[in-house]
Design a protein around this ligand. Structure first.
Ligand code: ADP
Length: 391
C-alpha cells in the first residue's frame, strides 16, 4: 500500500503544509494556516490550485502554533483516509556544524537544534515549535528535520571562513549559507533541463522575501551569499544583507542601541522596506512612482549584479544562471534588469521569452544559458524524509 509524507514549514505567523503520496511523491494537497496570532485563517488547495477547504477563526482569537497545528493535523488525517502516514518532514533553517544531512528528530536532537535559535531568530524557534508539540503528543510519529544549511556544508573550507581568529571558526562562527533545500531542488532538476549547466558552473538566484544566491559547480554548492546568519548577502524584503560590521559598532556606541534593537533594525526594518520606507513587497515597489521605491529596487538589482560577479569568480566562469523564488519566478522586470547588469558575463536575455514566462529566457547566441525554474522546497523535504525513514 502506498504511504504518505507530510511536510511542515512553520514560520512566525504561519504554518505551511503539503501532503505527498506514492512512489512518485505526488502532491495531494497543500495549504497553510496564516495570521495565526491576529486573524487566523486556513486554506488548503489541490495540486491544480483549486481551494478544497477554508476556515476562518473569529478576528482577535489568536490561534498560535498550537491551534494551527491541531487544525492541520485534523485536516491531514481526513485527507489520508486509509493511507498510512510514514512521517513528517520539517523545514529547519539552521543545522549548525553538526547537521550536514537531514536527521530523524528525538528529544536530544531537538535540544541541539534549539542552540541555533540565536543564529536564526526569525525562523528557528518557529521551525522547532511543531516538532516539539508533535513529539509531546504523537511520539510514535516519525519526524525528520531538513536543514537549509545542510546543502552548503560541502563547500570548500575557504568559502566557509571568516577572517577571524581560528578559535572562533572552530567554535562554529563560519559561513553556513541558507536556502539549501531550494538550491538542492534546483540542482536535482538541472540534469534534465540543461546537462551542461548541471555538470558545469551555475549560479542560482533565489529571490523571495528572503533572498540569496548560490554558486553550483557540477551541482554542488561552492559558495553562497548568506553567511553565519540569514541576514547576510543580498538586501531582502526587510533584511539589510551584507553590512560593514563597523556599522554595528557605530550603532552601539553612538546610538546606544543594544543587540535586540539592532536585531530588529537589520532583520525587520531594513532591505526593500527600509530603503523605500514604503513596502517590503516587490510588487508594491515596482508599481510605485516614489523616488525611494525606485532607489530600493535599484539597490536590490545593483547588489545582485555585484554578487553575481563574485560568485562567477568563485566558479572561475559561468555556464548558466537560474532564477527562482517569488521575485525570480514572477518578475520579468527584475530578471531583465539583472540580466542587463550581467551582460559582461555573457548573459544575453531573450526579452520576449522572458516576458512570456518561458523557462529558457536566454538567446541562442548567448554563452550563458538563463533559466526560470520554480523552486520546490517541500518536495525536496519529502524526498529527504522518505530516504531517512527508509534508511
Ligand atoms: P518567501 O521567501 O516568503 O517564500 P516568496 O518566494 O513567496 O517569499 O517571494 C515573495 C516576494 O515575491 C515578494 O516580494 C513579492 O512581492 C514577490 N513577487 C511575487 N509575485 C511577483 C510579481 N509578479 N512581480 C514581482 N514580485 C513578485
Amino acid at each position: 500500500m502506498s504511504e504518505a509524507i507530510a511536510v511542515l514549514n512553520a514560520g512566525s505567523s504561519s504554518i505551511k503544509f503539503s501532503l505527498f503520496e506514492g512512489a512518485e511523491l505526488n502532491l495531494v494537497v497543500r495549504g497553510q494556516a496564516e495570521a495565526i496570532h491576529t486573524a487566523p485563517r486556513f486554506v488548503a488547495k489541490d495540486p491544480a490550485g483549486t481551494t478544497v477547504s477554508t476556515y476562518a477563526w473569529a478576528e482577535g482569537s489568536p490561534l498560535r502554533h498550537d491551534g494551527a497545528l491541531q487544525h492541520i493535523v485534523e485536516f491531514v488525517r481526513e485527507q489520508l483516509g486509509a493511507t498510512p502516514l510514514a512521517g513528517i518532514g520539517h523545514r529547519v533553517v539552521h543545522g549548525g556544524m553538526q547537521y550536514a544531512q537531514p536527521v530523524r528528530v528525538d528529544g536530544a536532537v531537538l535540544n541541539d537544534l534549539a542552540q541555533f535559535v540565536p543564529l536564526a531568530p526569525l525562523h528557528q524557534p518557529h521551525n522547532l515549535t511543531p516538532i516539539r508539540l508533535l513529539l509531546e503528543r504523537r511520539p510514535e510519529l516519525p519526524q525528520v528535520a531538513c536543514f537549509d544549511t545542510a546543502f552548503h556544508r560541502a563547500q570548500p573550507e575557504l568559502a566557509q571562513m571568516f577572517a577571524l581568529p581560528g578559535e572562533l571558526h572552530d567554535a562554529g562562527v563560519r559561513r553556513y549559507g541558507f536556502h539549501g533545500l531550494s538550491y538542492e531542488y534546483i540542482a536535482s532538476v538541472l540534469p534534465q533541463l540543461d546537462p551542461n549547466a548541471a555538470s558545469g558552473r551555475c549560479v542560482v538566484l533565489h529571490l523571495g522575501n528572503g533572498a540569496s544566491m548560490c554558486a553550483l559547480s557540477a551541482g554542488r554548492s561552492v559558495a553562497s551569499t548568506m553567511g553565519f546568519t540569514a541576514v547576510d548577502g543580498l538586501p531582502m524584503g526587510t533584511r539589510c544583507g551584507a553590512l560593514d560590521p563597523g556599522v554595528i559598532l557605530y550603532l552601539m556606541d553612538q546610538r546606544g542601541m543594544d543587540a535586540r534593537a539592532i536585531e530588529k533594525l537589520i532583520y525587520s526594518e531594513s532591505g526593500l522596506l527600509g530603503v523605500s520606507g514604503i513596502s517590503s513587497d516587490m510588487r508594491t515597489l515596482l508599481a510605485s512612482d516614489a523616488p525611494r521605491a525606485r532607489l530600493a529596487v535599484d539597490l536590490y538589482v545593483y547588489r545582485i549584479g555585484r554578487e553575481l560577479g563574485s560568485l562567477a569568480a568563485a566558479l572561475g566562469g559561468l555556464d548558466a544562471i537560474v532564477f527562482t523564488g517569488g521575485i525570480g519566478e514572477n518578475s520579468a522586470e527584475i530578471r531583465e534588469r539583472i540580466c542587463r547588469e550581467a551582460q559582461w558575463l555573457g548573459v544575453k536575455l531573450d526579452e520576449q521569452a522572458n516576458r512570456d514566462g518561458k523557462s529558457r529566457i536566454s538567446l541562442p547566441m548567448g554563452s550563458v544559458e538563463t533559466w526560470v525554474v520554480p523552486t520546490n522546497e517541500e518536495l525536496m523535504i519529502a524526498r529527504h524524509t522518505r530516504r531517512v525513514l527508509h534508511a
